[in-house]
Design a protein around this ligand. Sequence first.
Ligand SMILES: C[S@@+](CC[C@H](N)C(=O)[O-])C[C@H]1O[C@@H](n2cnc3c(N)ncnc32)[C@H](O)[C@@H]1O
Length: 435
Amino acid sequence: MKPTEEDIIEEQRHLQNVITTFQQYGPYALAANNRRRKDLYSLPYADQQLLEGLGFKDKLIDIDRAIMANEFFIQQMVANPEIFGDDEDMDEDMDANEEEPKGDEKGKGKSSSHSHSHEHGGHSHSHSRPDISNPHSHETPKKRRYRPTDFDMDKLRSTLKQFVRDWSVEGKVERDYCYEPMKEALLQHFSSVPEIQRSKLRVLVPGAGLGRLAYDIARLGFSCQGNEFSHYMLLASYFILNRTKRVNEHSIFPYVHSLSNIPNRDSLLREVKIPDVLPSDIPPDSKFSLVAGDFEEVYGAPDLEDSDEPQAGKWDAVVTCFFMDTAKNVINYLRTIHRILAPGGVWINLGPLLWHWENNTSNDLSIELDLNELKALCCKLGFVLSNERTIDTTYTNNPESMLGYVYHTSFWTATKLEDEQLNRPLVETSNKTEV
Ligand SMILES: C[S@@+](CC[C@H](N)C(=O)[O-])C[C@H]1O[C@@H](n2cnc3c(N)ncnc32)[C@H](O)[C@@H]1O
């Protein structure tokens, strides 16, 4: 379905709000730290002295410094947000009172109708999008700049932690739990294909986050495409994949934003260097791309006759990591995966069931299944699950925090039954999840 003009303007507005969030990080985070300072000064003098004796005030100064280092990094990501051919003037057109769409994944449903790709081919990355110049701009009076909410800032802080997971030495433990079994299963499934011919196999990684799993799969020699719709992730992955000059080029302080459950100062002020590898350091003939857009819209829409890139049966493998529970209606995700898999193709999955849209405040549909129901549904929709197991893993965890979550994730590989192997025809894919 072609995006309407309204969709395009909405997406551009959302992107600009995300960029503004990046731009406002410094003042926002410093103000939050200043609140601590103010509270300190509101204490009786004797109590202030007590805390002074613990070095509390110095700690606040160190936090400011760490925030400023984060700020330096974050500003580089939006210095030239050419990822979508950003229109700087848009910034001024934002109404400070204009709220972002509500909901956990706000603005996302709209973001996908047109896709943008970052191609890794001989290390050049192309970025394209349709012309989205605002036809009404001459009618719109200049408005004030968008004011990021705490929700926006939380997404940005999570993006910093996501960098640790995907692109740091410290993230290796987590990656080994999540990405290694998936890569092993992929190699296992295609063990009869000689390494030299792997580039003929097309692997899709929906919900690619900052792109490390897709990148690692491309490094194994497969043709790999990541798909992602969050502008936070897209801006960040674009920067790390396309703008990195050397290993450990950047320093970030991802754990500096909350003083809760911190055992000591070092764990609060822990510096993480990124990236642990040089992203451009992949074989020149590697085929690696990232496509921006909503998974269902990019891959689930029925292929038109004149379609540039028909999707049905085109993918030899689909690899989903912490992704299936982002669905509003997981039936659509499953149908899409089934439809795009080639005969003999494999779907490799690892993840929990933290349904992202449960209890949303935006009246979005949300179908939450338990694991047994999900697996039964997979079978009904034409998958044969094998290699099932539970893998315990963290997700963007601060390993030194006094609080830690461990997900008991479900892992499986699934192969596709063809329509004729099922007792009934598969229902045609429907793309309409919104009510
Ligand atoms: C929990 S994260 C997992 C990221 C990555 N796979 C990893 O393991 O680190 C889920 C990702 O899926 C993305 N996502 C959610 N719904 C999506 C959709 N409909 N289309 C494309 N990406 C989506 C989110 O923006 C987020 O980056």
